[in-house]
Design a protein around this ligand. Structure first.
Ligand code: NAD
Length: 251
């Protein structure tokens, strides 16, 4: 992708990204590191399988060692321990990106897309409130608005992510914490590829119905996260940014 013709400097800041071993989460960690942030990545993948991921982040930012944590954010304990561990090892958390996601049954979908982001937000709230600043970004999906097809538990729980974003935005704004969301669609990742035999099949299916005549890639979403972490977005509060190449509104 073309370089961004504007400098956002996040040096000295710490970003915690959940579901960061691959896909949108990994791309977000790489881009925030490129902008100077120290990044803390969380996922369910064992630490020994993450060495290449961490190496890709060291290439983006030689001044800040990335940290990897392996906690399940869908449980209150996992979320609490994760925030404690990141604060212990990185000293602060400026940005929380609730990105972990699954296509699973009803209970798990609800736990990962709604309860987990709530547990995470509550666990980091006091720390951010003490400084009077912080950003929380929840990754939802356009499925929340369209209903999607065949995966009601995904669409409904992502609707919960949007409502949670509004609740947290309203509740945390007086503390100096801005909460916003992103609703992506058609981003090439393992989650999307699981439904297609190869990339060509994915392109054949989607490109004709995409107004911008291309699908999305993880960095398309990472760039919006970067914007939401920057001062450029300091007047956004409780917003859900639809990022789908125009498909939902003008497709
Ligand atoms: N790819 C798309 O087209 C698309 C569209 C809309 C929304 N999204 C959302 O974007 C986010 C990232 O998705 P992706 O496409 O990169 O998928 P992905 O499957 O590549 O990555 C999701 C990551 O979340 C991790 N994860 C799942 N449960 C977890 C838990 N309990 N604790 C910690 N980590 C956990 C997984 O291990 C995985 O690495 C998800 O919330 C997804 O629902 C993706």
């Amino acid at each position: 992708m073309a370089e961004i013709p504007y400098t956002i400097d996040l040096s000295g800041r710490v970003a915690l990204i959940t579901g960061a071993a691959k896909g949108i989460g990994l791309s977000t960690a790489q881009l925030l590191a490129r902008a100077g942030a120290q990044v803390a990545l969380d996922d369910l993948v064992p630490a020994e399988k993450i060495t290449e991921v961490l190496e890709s982040i060291r290439k983006e930012n030689k001044d800040a060692e990335p940290h990897y944590f392996c906690q399940d954010i869908s449980t209150p304990e996992g979320a609490r321990i994760l925030i404690e561990q990141v604060l212990d090892q990185c000293g602060r958390i400026d940005f929380l990106i609730n990105n972990a996601g699954v296509v699973a049954d009803w209970d798990k979908s609800w736990a990962v897309h709604v309860k987990g982001p709530y547990y995470m937000a509550e666990a980091v709230k006091d720390h951010m409130a003490q400084r009077g600043s912080g950003r929380i970004i929840n990754i939802s999906s356009t499925a929340a608005f369209t209903g999607s097809t065949g995966i009601p538990q995904y669409a409904v729980s992502k609707g919960g992510t949007c409502s949670l974003t509004r609740y947290l935005a309203r509740t945390y704004a007086p503390l100096g914490i801005l909460v916003n969301g992103i609703a992506p669609a058609v981003i090439k990742s393992d989650m999307l590829m699981a439904r297609y035999k190869d990339e060509q099949a994915l392109l054949d299916h989607y490109v004709p119905m995409m107004p911008i005549r291309r699908i999305g890639y993880p960095e398309d979403i990472a760039r919006i996260v970067l914007f939401l972490c920057s001062e450029l977005s300091s007047y956004l509060c409780g917003e859900i940014i639809v990022a789908d190449g125009g498909r939902m509104h003008v497709g």
